[in-house]
Design a protein around this ligand. Structure first.
Ligand SMILES: Nc1nc2c(c(=O)[nH]1)N[C@H]1C(S)=C(S)[C@@H](COP(=O)(O)O)O[C@H]1N2
Ligand SMILES: [Mo]
Length: 415
């Protein structure tokens, strides 16, 4: 297994006990008491209209791009993705819907309920969860459905993210299947619904709940995670437990998870029925104002790739080769290849893909680029996944601002 320390990957394995110890340290601290946003203001500008943003450090987080403070909507500065294949916990983006977010959790008193259409309802302490169920690890990208929404044209409402509402981590925890098997799912079960410790300001606010079909929940990959990059989860990323749904958008990755309910019918609640709907079309594409479109819940991710070490507008030397580095992921399956174009899409070559951490992980790549002549160059990268899905050249549009995965372009000038 791999262990990640400040960007470096070394061999090793954190014993399960250590997660509990780390959890104990973090969980009892009540970290938000020390919240301070009074750090010197630093501004950044996202490359779209109304893109001016403040940077601020929240508890357990380095300075991140602030979209909103309560509840926290924090974006990872894109340069972080050049640091390594795993996104450091303190740089990992943050998204909550409801205003009352847990600020401390008692590790002793916390219980995970498994109930509903099961033979034996359970209430598990963290120590039992860690001790009594097999530990599994999976590297997987967590990406908000609305990542890159700020680039939508025409603009759509919602968090105006750049490309930093995503991150890659090594998640450690137990299989959801093992929990459900222990509780004993009864015949006739249809879906499994997840709920966390967060609440709205007024009681009428619907709880943030999401569900998966019972087959998906039992696939052996969906995980209840207590570890993130070999540490306890940061409070803002869902301490002490979160759902990990490899290959699916993060809206399903329930944070501060304390309630798992097996239902004998589909989940008709607000966050499944009314929110996170996409047009049931290839690439979730539709026309602004189009009315006759069937909407369905968002689900699987699609391939994406980004250059991480050359910013748009960079000047390079003509006649000198540079190493272009980047990241890519396949979405709900692995990558077959990533293609690079140095000339705005006229010619394409395969990049060198680096170490593979599994089909749901980010993967780093590298490519030599040699601008022979002075002038303008448009660099492009295009990921192809194992289902044969390729990134489109035309951006998609839908009213939620979901599932953007257009081929990215970086303009450089050779002098
Ligand atoms: N309990 C709870 N879990 C949640 C949410 C939430 O509002 N409440 N938001 C979801 C959404 S929409 C996203 S994008 C991810 C963000 O995960 P992160 O904050 O760890 O990056 O959490 C998901 N899990
Ligand atoms: Mo999200």
């Amino acid at each position: 297994m791999t262990e990640i320390r400040s960007g470096a990957v070394t061999e090793g394995r954190v014993p399960r006990r250590s997660f509990l110890k780390m959890a104990g340290l973090v969980g009892s601290a009540g970290i938000f008491a020390r919240t301070s946003l009074a750090l010197a203001a630093e501004m950044v500008r996202m490359p779209f209209e109304n893109g001016a943003r403040r940077m601020a450090a929240f508890p357990q987080k380095r300075r991140l791009i602030v979209l909103r403070t309560r509840p926290a909507l924090l974006e990872t500065p894109f340069a972080v993705f050049n640091d390594g294949v795993f996104t450091r916990n303190d740089a990992f983006y943050v998204r909550w819907h409801l205003a009352e977010v847990p600020s401390s959790v008692s590790v002793e008193r916390f219980r995970l309920r498994v109930h509903g259409h099961v033979r034996t309802p359970m209430e598990l302490a963290l120590s039992e969860l860690v001790r009594d169920f097999e530990r599994v690890d999976i590297a997987a990208v967590n990406q908000c459905s609305g990542n890159s929404r700020g680039f939508f044209s025409p603009r759509v409402p919602g968090g105006q993210w750049g490309n930093g509402a995503m991150g890659n981590a090594l998640w450690t925890g137990v299989r959801l299947k093992d929990l459900l098997d222990k509780a004993g799912v009864r015949p006739g079960a249809v879906s499994v619904r997840f709920k966390g410790l967060d609440r709205g300001l007024v009681p009428a606010t619907p709880d943030y709940m999401k569900s998966l079909s019972v087959d998906h929940a039992m696939d052996g990959e969906v995980m209840v995670a207590y570890g993130m990059n070999n540490q306890a989860l940061p409070m803002l990323n869902g301490f002490p437990l979160r759902l990990v749904v490899p290959g699916w958008y993060a809206t399903y990755w329930l944070k501060a998870l304390n309630d798992i309910e097996v239902l004998d019918k589909p989940d008709e609640s607000f966050w499944m029925k009314r929110a996170y709907l996409i047009p049931d079309t290839p690439g979730a594409e539709m026309k602004p104002g189009q009315a006759d479109v069937k909407m369905v819940p968002i689900s699987r991710m699609v391939p994406r790739s980004f250059i991480t070490n050359v910013a748009d507008g960079t000047e390079v030397r003509a006649g000198r080769s540079i190493s272009v580095k980047g990241i890519a992921f396949g979405g709900d399956t692995g990558l077959t290849k990533v293609l690079f174009s140095p000339d705005g899409g006229t010619t394409w070559r395969e990049v060198r893909l680096e170490r593979d951490y599994g089909k749901y992980s980010l993967r780093r790549f590298e490519m030599d680029f040699m601008p022979n002549q002075p002038g303008a160059y448009t660099l492009m990268v295009r990921a192809v996944n194992q289902s044969g899905l390729e990134q489109p050249f035309k951006p998609n549009w839908n009213p939620g601002g979901f599932m953007r995965n257009v081929v990215e372009r970086v303009r450089v000038r050779a002098v």
